[in-house]
Design a protein around this ligand. Structure first.
Ligand code: GLC
Length: 425
């Protein structure tokens, strides 16, 4: 069984698919969210982008319409990325959206739209900071090579600034459901920071990239874990994140987008193991979601609409079979078979399950699937028949992960355990 919190934070297990938004000054030029660092842009030049920040097409309701239409249940916005620019009306620095031609609180606009619609709000905050003068940029990873002119590195002061900022975020924007720390480069531990956030927001879930282990793990672009290792349930609550583009999380004009097939496979693999999937898009400098990113989300949403019953309220159950090319999830007496890798044949053998389901349906199309319980030549040494799904239309649907629903009379877990015992020795 998946671990549950048993309190207001359990929304996380009901809303398994979320939208990640990387949005900031870097969205204007559209190269990479770490433009300042990766292209060594002098700070004095980079900050001038604030003079051009005017995302008049930013429309939180349009963004949430899209998110909702593809089955997402929460959104997580970069309130401050590594560049230090703040998307809200913070009293701690002028390097924020109120001091741009746009002049409106982007976080508040999204928060208000979320609360109006009952959509869950998540806030991302980078600990590394390339602007705030007290942050000790020492040339470690994701840091500027050294202090800028006028900087006064002082970790204690920086922490005070950070705490004041996150306190604002967890006080002035209504209910916050997720807090998403990133880039604790100094690897500083201080559980009091999350404790403060929790006191302000009782149903807040906090990720593991902050000052303690938080509530959930955040593997990134790790969907290609090999099938054997990757098929079992995550040991702790997990939210894997990925972006629609291979190169950048922020808007990139010349992005190399993932294929939908690839993203669907990655999402299926994470959800079937009991994790959540946070899929990122970067609004462009005008604040709009790029057309190609919308198209990809819509395509994934079409697949999710057909298959999400294989995740909602389900438990990971891949241990019921020795077949490591598929993933299994289950709810009551229903088992879902996820063809987690591009199919090598038209059949799936679910050794050692020996029960024949009463019904088998391919969720992608609604069509019935042929099943048999029989001795399979390739497994003849087992001397036991096993469940085989055959004549699956894998060639016709090579562009998405297939999921088969199997309805059993008796619990497949019992079937599996019994068969497993018989195979021992
Ligand atoms: C990586 C990137 C960072 C991005 C984050 C999202 O840490 O370096 O720019 O915000 O992934 O998970």
């Amino acid at each position: 069984m998946l671990q549950r919190f048993g309190d207001g934070r359990d929304w996380f297990f009901e809303q398994r698919f979320g939208l990640f938004l990387h949005f900031g000054l870097y969205s204007i030029d559209g190269w990479h969210e770490q433009d300042q660092w990766r292209r060594a842009i002098p700070a004095a030049d980079y900050v001038r982008r604030a003079e051009r920040f005017n995302p008049t097409a930013y429309d939180p309701d349009a963004i949430l319409d899209l998110a909702e239409s593809v089955g997402m249940g929460y959104v997580c916005l970069t309130t401050k990325h590594h560049d230090g620019f703040c998307l809200w009306d913070t009293a701690q620095t002028d390097y924020n959206v109120m001091h741009t031609p746009y002049g409106k609180d982007i976080v508040k606009m999204l928060a208000d739209a979320c609360h109006r619609r009952g959509f869950r709000l998540g806030l991302y905050y980078s600990i590394a900071d390339w602007h705030q003068p007290n942050y000790p940029n020492e040339g470690r990873h994701h840091e500027l090579p050294g202090p800028k002119e006028g900087d006064a590195p002082d970790w204690g002061r920086y922490l005070a600034f950070l705490k004041a900022q996150v306190r604002e975020l967890c006080t002035d924007y209504g209910e916050v459901s997720e807090f998403w720390w990133d880039m604790n480069v100094p690897e500083h531990r201080d559980p009091s920071v999350n404790a403060m956030l929790r006191a302000l927001q009782p149903s807040l879930l906090i990720n593991d990239r902050g000052f303690d282990d938080g509530d959930f793990g955040t593997p990134e672009r790790e969907y290609k874990a090999d099938a054997v290792k990757g098929s079992l349930a995550f040991a702790r609550p997990t939210e894997a994140c990925n972006s629609v583009g291979t190169q950048s999380w922020g808007f990139r004009r010349d992005e190399d987008y993932y294929t939908c097939r690839h993203l669907i496979e990655s999402m299926d693999m994470i959800l079937a193991r009991g994790g959540n999937y946070l899929l990122n898009v970067g609004p462009d400098g005008s604040g709009a979601i790029p057309e190609e990113a919308s198209r990809i989300l819509t395509r994934i949403g079409a697949w999710y609409a057909k298959t999400r019953e294989a995740f909602d309220g389900c438990e990971p159950a891949s241990e019921l079979t020795e077949n490591r090319k598929v993933l299994l999830t289950r709810r009551d007496t229903t088992l879902y078979v996820h063809l987690a890798q591009p199919a090598a044949s038209t059949a799936v053998v679910l050794n050692p399950i020996r029960e024949r389901p009463q019904r088998a349906v391919l969720l992608n199309t609604g069509e019935a699937v042929e099943t048999a319980v029989e001795l399979v030549p390739a497994l003849f040494q087992r001397k036991q028949p096993c469940l085989r799904l055959r004549n699956l239309p894998v060639e016709q649907h090579a562009d998405e992960t297939l999921v088969v629903r199997l309805d059993f009379e008796t619990l497949p877990a019992e079937a599996g355990q019994t068969a497993g015992r018989e195979f021992e020795g």
